[in-house]
Design a protein around this ligand. Structure first.
Ligand code: NAI
Length: 344
């Protein structure tokens, strides 16, 4: 098998090369994104490996199909960047459903603690021999309420962590888990009651801009917003207005709706022309990390192992347990295969 591996970083190459010793596939690492212009470079390969900020839209899929690609192996869990309607019947799409939900939940907790206790600012102050603590006051998490939107794998681990701090939990999920002992409420109620709101749902038409001007107006003044899921869950302009008017206490964002051009890249010697991103970063009560919530050793090992296993299963022609398609999505089951081997 020859695999065209897009958007490859040094850490991807290290973990995939190590895992690939079991398989002996030919991995060709491209440092650019997959998109309509780069798709044709996959001609002559047997599969494509892509990541969260690759553009897998209609022109890309058609170009890949014409280049002979029948399998796109996503090395991530989220798939909002894929046009499944176009892909159906042309390219099988597999993903890594869970690599380390702990990594993401723990990063959300790190963001919550940092944003609340302002350790990011304290670190910079003391390095400059400034030992004052003015402006660094936070609040006790103990006894406060965490509002968790999406109680899947990551959301539930985040809930456990918050409980460790003695926080109360209020959750919202259109498909509530049955075996739980935390409270579900409507989204409106969650917005009203939470001191910290953490987003752990996928990006879908229903969740696009779930945090907007109206929902922010329902939140407690001084409340914190955490987003480790997908950028477009938040209407960034509405968030900026609320921050400017001091209606919320702060926001910690591992994802940003226009992150594709910037995240994972080094612009330290360059000009960032996205005024929204630069405005966000300029707030003292906003913390931006560049989509690193997943970034642990354990997660990278799992990503490499499951992605190469998915490719092997495709090569062997058997069932594809980690496949996802247009029909899966329509049925809302994430699994339309049932007794058949593959989605199509
Ligand atoms: P999951 O599939 O286990 O859980 C998602 C939950 O969201 C489910 O319980 C689902 O019912 C719920 N949900 C669906 N529609 C909803 C809605 N309209 N409102 C509220 N909840 C809704 O997924 P998991 O593994 O917990 O991941 C959650 C998200 O985290 C992913 O979709 C992905 O976007 C993001 N993620 C971010 C990473 C990062 O590095 N920042 C890494 C991995 C995932």
């Amino acid at each position: 098998m020859k695999i065209a591996f897009y958007d490859a970083k040094a850490y991807d190459i290290a973990y995939f090369d190590h895992e690939n010793e079991k398989y002996g596939y030919k991995l060709k690492y491209f440092d650019y994104h997959l998109g309509p212009e780069t798709a044709r470079l996959a001609a002559g390969y047997d599969a494509v490996c892509a990541f969260v900020n690759d553009v897998i839209d209609e022109p890309t899929i058609n170009a890949l199909y014409e280049a002979g690609i029948r399998h796109i192996a996503l090395r991530c869990a989220g798939y909002n960047n894929v046009d499944f309607k176009t892909a159906y019947g042309k390219c099988h799409i597999t993903r890594v459903p869970a690599y380390s939900p702990y990594a993401v939940a723990e990063h959300a907790a790190a963001l919550m603690l940092t944003l609340n206790r302002k350790t990011h600012r304290a670190y910079i102050r003391t390095r400059d021999n400034n030992f004052t603590i003015n402006g660094l006051m936070g609040f006790d998490l103990h006894g406060k309420t965490a509002g968790v939107v999406g109680t899947g794998k990551i959301g539930r681990i985040f809930i456990d962590i918050c409980r460790g701090f003695g926080m109360n939990i209020v959750a919202y999920d259109p498909f509530p888990a049955k075996d739980t002992d935390f409270e579900y409420a409507t989204l409106d109620e969650l917005f009203r009651r939470s001191d910290v709101i953490s987003l752990h749902c996928p990006l879908t038409p229903d969740t696009h801009y779930i945090i907007n001007e109206e929902s922010i107006s329902k939140m407690k003044p001084g409340g914190l917003i955490l987003n480790t899921s997908r950028g477009a869950l938040i209407d960034t302009r509405a968030l900026i207005e609320a921050l400017k008017e001091r209606r919320i206490g702060g926001a910690a964002l591992d994802v940003y709706e226009e992150e594709n051009e910037y995240f994972f890249e080094d612009f330290s010697d360059n000009i960032v022309s996205d005024d929204t991103l630069t405005r966000l970063i300029a707030f003292p009560n906003v913390l931006v990390t560049s989509h690193q919530a997943f970034f642990t050793k354990e997660a990278l090992e799992q990503i490499a192992a499951v992605t190469l296993q998915n490719i092997k299963e495709f090569e062997e022609g058997g069932p594809l347990p980690n496949e996802i398609c247009y029909n899966c999505m329509k049925k809302g089951t994430n699994d339309c295969r049932k007794d058949s081997k593959r989605c199509f």
